[in-house]
Design a protein around this ligand. Structure first.
Ligand code: SF4
Ligand code: SF4
Length: 345
């Protein structure tokens, strides 16, 4: 394991230096108490005071709206009726300060967008362009239940570098070759002392201890799908839901999208837009029939997908990293931990 030491006073200069090779993306506070990840302007620094951004960083590789193709139906144009992929840049980008659970969420989404049968080029090319410079969570929020979902405050499995705030300096655990390229580009090369391994170990242990919120889901996997599907509790769980879709928009592992053609005169573009299984229109057929035409069906679908179907399909745990965003953002306090408890009981 290679661990570097970065003085806090040197971080900004290193970030700026790495701009020659990378576009920098990081957490920022926007208006109305909203925080999110976006490209950092020259001289702008990532806001490391935010533990869990309101919006997850999924938009870094999966923009809320993205042009897939453009086209024209103008017979005078040589491109008439040809779908063209617009020019896109997948030059290297460093995502600074991504939290470990959000990086794991990207890997979960990858299972769906990058399979032996199917590869979403937009998502995959953007993901591969990223170097994830994570920031360990030393002071977890109360809704963080990441230790029981297979990740945790210092998890390096989705990261290229893990930064750990150790007071006046950061310890930087270099996890991958991509991470090594970034630290070189930033000019960080001071090897940490031998005691750094012990410091990391003990800080990891302390941070984990602070996470008291947990979920258990092993029994869900053993239960019959139809038994879970037909449970009576879906009525009471779904009753307060407004079908606002907030939980799915803030969630780092939700990836539903819709494809729509937008046309004006003889020009058009095909868009890939975020969608939500909580919206009635999501499953409506062109015949007008909607197989999920009640709120109960849509709420059940969200939790069955996250906690049952994903486990059954991939055998790699649930489709949730325990970030707690849906818990804190739901206007009617529907809590995935409580739903999980009922499904698991
Ligand atoms: S955020 Fe809450 S109210 Fe809105 S769709 Fe999700 S569960 Fe329903
Ligand atoms: S389901 Fe909720 S807690 Fe789990 S990853 Fe999504 S937003 Fe986070």
């Amino acid at each position: 394991m290679r661990i570097l030491q970065i003085q806090k006073t040197d971080l900004s200069a290193g970030l700026e230096k790495s701009r020659k090779d990378y576009t920098l993306i990081g957490p920022v506070k926007e208006g109305n108490n909203i925080s999110k990840f976006r490209e950092l302007a020259a001289g702008e620094e990532p806001d490391f005071s935010i533990t869990t951004t309101t919006m997850s960083p999924k938009s870094v590789v999966f923009p809320q709206s993205e042009v897939m193709f453009t086209f024209t139906t103008d017979s005078a144009s040589p491109d008439c009726n040809i779908m063209k992929v617009p020019e896109k840049s997948y030059s290297p980008r460093a995502v600074i300060g991504i939290r470990p659970f959000d990086a794991v969420a990207m890997k979960i989404v990858k299972m769906n967008f990058d399979t032996p049968d199917y590869r979403d080029p937009y998502w995959c090319d953007a993901y591969e362009a990223c170097t994830f410079i994570g920031l360990a969570i030393t002071d977890p929020e109360s809704c963080d239940f990441s230790t029981s979902t297979g990740t945790g405050p210092f998890d390096t499995s989705g990261l290229d570098v893990l930064l750990v705030d150790a007071g006046d300096y950061y310890l930087a655990e270099v996890v991958t070759e991509k991470g090594d390229s970034w630290v070189q580009s930033a000019g960080f090369n001071q090897e940490a002392g031998a005691e750094s391994v012990e410091i990391l170990h003990s800080m990891r242990k302390e941070a984990k201890k602070k996470i008291v919120s947990t979920v258990e889901f092993a029994n869900i996997d053993k239960k019959e799908t139809l038994d879970l599907y037909n449970e009576e509790y879906w009525d009471s769980i779904s009753f307060p839901c407004l079908n606002c879709g907030t939980c799915t928009y803030v969630c780092p592992t939700c990836w539903c999208f819709d494809i729509q053609d937008e046309t004006a005169h003889k020009k058009g573009r095909r868009m890939k837009n975020w969608d939500s299984c909580m919206f009635p229109n999501f499953t409506i057929h062109t015949t007008g029939h909607n197989p999920r035409n009640t709120k109960l069906m849509r709420v059940r679908q969200r939790f069955m997908h996250k906690l049952k179907y994903h486990q059954s399909k991939y055998n790699k745990g649930i489709m949730c990293v325990g970030c707690g965003r849906c818990v804190t953002s739901c206007p009617v306090n529907i809590d995935i931990r409580e739903v999980c408890k009922q499904m698991n009981s």
